[in-house]
Unconditional design. Structure first.
Length: 319
């Protein structure tokens, strides 16, 4: 795993080092159980130091940090911070379910983790979960894509032999599975009645799903070093209730949230057209290696990033 001194400085440290083993059943409605599942998936996908001796290049770290953010900021339900219980009716909790339990099932099918039974939701919900061991039909393709990801990484050689950039094939496979999972979430929340969650927060979630499509198209790095350098102070630290909540955010976070909310309200046709253009820009490894400044140029055009906007056009028009 990443160097202990680096983990010790993060709020992730406590749950990462103390979460109980899964035992005989994986209960995905407990926060520490999802974290324990991530720990097993990360630990078991580093054969021959594929992602470095301390596993820092493992692309699964991004899911871990995202789930910790959801927990820390109260987005998993009223009881999560008190007793670790994830509300099965939490939209963010459901979204993470498709990015924790569904990868787990794919890893189990690939022989990477034990094929443990997954506990049913403790109560009724507006979302569909694995129940009685049966995977909802709409999530079956995601299980298959996650299985393909785990088969790939389980058979790969060490990334450090040719540098961390060799992790990109795994990252591409991970994002394919991530996209398949998240598309199910997008459909589930499309016409969702926000209550009891603030309507603005659900708008933010819808916009975040669209923003993640941009990250998918770029095979956004999600290893430990990239996440700790670029992914820990970009999202709001409490659910969004009113526009005043957005105004009160730190400048960097506020800019990101405004962009996400704008995406959420972009007409569907315009959003899909823009995404097609972005996918064309990101079709080469050269462009993907420049994703940070190029994404900034797309969402925050300014005089000082005019050169990056010209570079965007060059990637777009390249044969």
């Amino acid at each position: 795993m990443a160097h202990p001194d680096e983990l010790a400085d993060l709020d992730l440290y406590r749950v990462w080092t103390t979460a109980a083993d899964l035992g005989g059943v994986f209960d995905p409605f407990r926060f520490e159980q999802r974290m324990a599942a991530y720990r097993l998936m990360i630990g078991n996908t580093n054969p021959a130091d594929r992602f470095g001796a301390d596993n820092r290049h493992n692309p699964l770290w991004g899911l871990v940090f995202q789930h910790q953010w959801q927990f820390r900021t109260g987005r998993l339900g009223a009881g999560a911070q008190r007793d670790g219980l994830i509300d099965p009716d939490s939209p963010w909790g459901y979204g993470n379910y498709t990015l924790s339990v569904i990868p787990w099932l794919g890893a189990g099918a690939a022989g990477v983790v034990p094929a443990l039974p997954v506990a049913d939701p403790p109560a009724g919900s507006r979302f569909r979960y694995v129940t009685g061991g049966a995977v909802p039909e709409e999530l079956a393709a995601a299980v298959a894509d996650w299985r393909a990801y785990f088969v790939l990484v389980a058979g790969s050689g060490p990334a450090d032999a040719v540098g961390a950039a060799d992790a990109e094939p795994a990252r591409l496979a991970l994002w394919k599975a991530h996209k398949t999972s998240l598309d199910v979430v997008v459909d589930a929340i499309a016409d969702l009645d926000a209550a009891p969650w603030p309507a603005l927060e659900i708008t933010f979630l819808r916009g975040w799903c669209r923003m993640v499509d941009y990250l998918w198209a770029a095979a956004w790095p999600t290893d430990f070093a990239f996440m700790t350098a670029h992914g820990l102070d970009v999202l709001p630290e409490s659910p969004l209730t009113t526009p005043e909540d957005v105004d009160a955010l730190p400048a960097k976070t506020r800019g990101n949230v405004v962009n996400v909310l704008r995406l959420a309200t972009t007409p569907r046709w315009r959003y899909h057209l823009n995404l097609v253009l972005w996918k064309r820009v990101m079709r080469t490894r050269e462009a993907r290696d420049q994703v940070l400044p190029l994404l900034d140029a797309v969402f925050d055009p300014r005089p000082d990033n005019a050169a990056e906007r010209r570079r965007l056009l060059g990637h777009l028009l390249r044969p």
